[in-house]
Write a protein that binds this ligand. Sequence first.
Ligand code: AMP
Ligand code: ZN
Length: 131
Amino acid sequence: MEDCIFCKIVKGEIPSKRIYEDDQILVFMNINPSTNGHLLVIPKEHSITFLDTSNEIITHSLDIVREKIYPLLKERLHCSGLTIAQNNELGQEIKHYHIHLTPRYEDDGLDISYDKEKIIDLDTIYEKLTK
Ligand code: AMP
Ligand code: ZN
């Protein structure tokens, strides 16, 4: 898609540090990492959120993470864990589907902050979700 920064990365029109690619997906380094080795997995074909991304692509992406990328991060960077996250719509800065792979290290201090004042009690939310 024109004007999509990640499509331009796929095509090589914008530089990126590529870690893995095949005919379906590309894994490259996040330019603004949350921890050392923070990577992004994207489909080569443009889609926006997980809703319009095929199960095949999502499954393939996670297979590659399981088989190749997480072992690589563990072996080379000695991370102690991996946070896999994916933003849809609100919170999604780049409108091209991407999965964040954030290696975790002991005492890395990674914290997803939120306003605790806005948290409603569990019973109310449970009702909204089930009734
Ligand atoms: P999100 O908020 O989930 O859309 O995350 C978008 C991510 O893309 C951010 O973590 C950015 O640091 C990352 N990003 C933006 N532009 C680039 C780029 N040119 N190369 C690599 N990562 C990028
Ligand atoms: Zn795109």
